[in-house]
Design a protein around this ligand. Structure first.
Ligand code: SF4
Length: 374
């Protein structure tokens, strides 16, 4: 199987925690320049992937919803002119609350977008301001309503945990507000402090810190129990879905399947090779203009590394990894797996090995003990 990921780099404002490849939205000319570079990139890869039919399409960023209706239509024309997408495939579009009105929502549906991921992050205005989001809680509601009215039946909402100043009551308020909208899918993100972001600078000066590990585990467990009570299936470490609404595109990542990533900052994993064309919007435009298609980052995975990665990715899923599929890898890692079982972090069930509920909370510790160093 293979997925197609498109990275649209525009954002109205830079959120204080974000280290993704983005650029300020700017004017129409800036968008046109990007779209014409993107067209060239698609044309180049179309030849290589001429015989492939993509199982999913995911347009993320950045904020794809920063594009106007005409630009969005132009983007889809380019994609469909160059790549074959399987009929009925999941087509996801990321959007920021406040950037979706009725007309845009209608066009999204007409273009075949059947899943929209809205970056809510919190439903508390003071928190949204503190992290420099370009919307308030009211806009989450109005964007959501526009999407529903346009007939989008599969909506994901993102929430971020451990945001500065957010109390347990604030989190519960956000969870209740989210549940009231009744999205089909919920993705949870744990705030991480990245260098080069506003939060990274604040943390360096000692002005920002994350909750203790114990507090983080408690928060994760509150979220997990809340969403389970609201009938969401916890199918991946940080992802929850109503029956039949698990993310097909993300499932490709967790199954370590191939993904072609286009646009600045996108990662690809094809023919056993992980690569990234550029790490900034500026480099993207410059390299494409001079016809330089070398990758800024690339790595060919050894069979061992690929298998261990696939095993770890399978453990992210609540159902766990199939023992028969990973027999060789489990043998190689038997000592580490044994200690993790003894510590109550991994368990065996018929035909599978999986994280225990405690192992899910301490997943990164488990994975670090199963990884092979670079
Ligand atoms: S809108 Fe998304 S991509 Fe843009 S700065 Fe904020 S978190 Fe990053």
């Amino acid at each position: 199987m293979i997925g197609l990921y498109i990275h649209v780099p525009f954002c109205l404002k830079k959120c204080h925690y974000c280290d993704f490849v983005t650029t300020s939205s700017g004017d129409a000319e800036k968008h046109t320049t990007f779209l014409s570079a993107f067209k060239k990139e698609c044309e180049r890869y179309a030849k290589k992937f001429d015989n492939r039919v993509f199982d999913t399409l995911y347009v993320g960023g950045g904020t794809p919803s920063a594009l106007s209706i005409a630009e969005t239509q132009g983007l889809f024309e380019v994609i469909h002119a160059q790549f074959k997408i399987k009929p009925g495939a999941e087509v996801t579009w990321e959007a920021n609350p406040g950037e979706v009105d009725g007309a845009k929502a209608e066009i999204y549906r007409k273009l075949g977008i059947n899943r929209v991921s809205l970056g809510a992050q919190s439903f508390k205005d003071k928190t949204l301001q503190a992290i420099n989001r370009d919307h308030g809680a009211r806009e989450i509601q109005t964007s959501f309503d526009h999407l529903r009215s346009a007939g989008i039946r599969n909506i994901n909402l993102d929430l971020i945990l451990y945001l500065p100043g957010e109390t347990r009551n604030d989190l519960l308020y956000s969870l209740e507000s989210l549940a009231a909208l009744d999205p089909e899918h919920v993705s949870i993100y744990e705030l991480s402090i990245e260098e080069g972001t506003v939060f990274g600078q604040k943390a360096k000066k000692g002005e920002l810190s994350l909750p203790s590990e114990e507090e983080q585990l408690e928060t994760l467990s509150v979220v997990r129990n809340f969403l389970k009570e609201k009938d969401y299936t916890h199918y991946e470490l940080l992802n929850y879905a109503k029956p039949g609404f698990e993310s097909a595109h993300n499932r490709l990542y967790w199954a370590n399947e191939e993904v072609l990533g286009l646009g600045p900052g996108a990662y690809s994993y094809t023919s056993g090779r992980r690569s990234r064309f550029v790490t900034s919007h500026e480099d993207y435009l410059k390299k494409i203009a001079r016809g330089d298609w070398t990758c800024a980052e690339e790595e060919t995975l050894t069979t061992d590394k690929k298998e261990i990665e696939s095993f770890i990715l399978a453990l992210r899923l609540t159902q766990g990894a199939e023992t028969a599929r990973f027999a060789e890898t489990s043998k190689k890692l038997s000592k580490n797996i044994g200690s993790l079982e003894e510590a109550g972090l991994l368990e065996r069930i018929p035909g599978r090995i999986r994280l225990t509920p405690r192992g899910q909370l301490l997943a990164e510790t488990v994975f670090s003990q199963l990884s092979i160093p670079d």
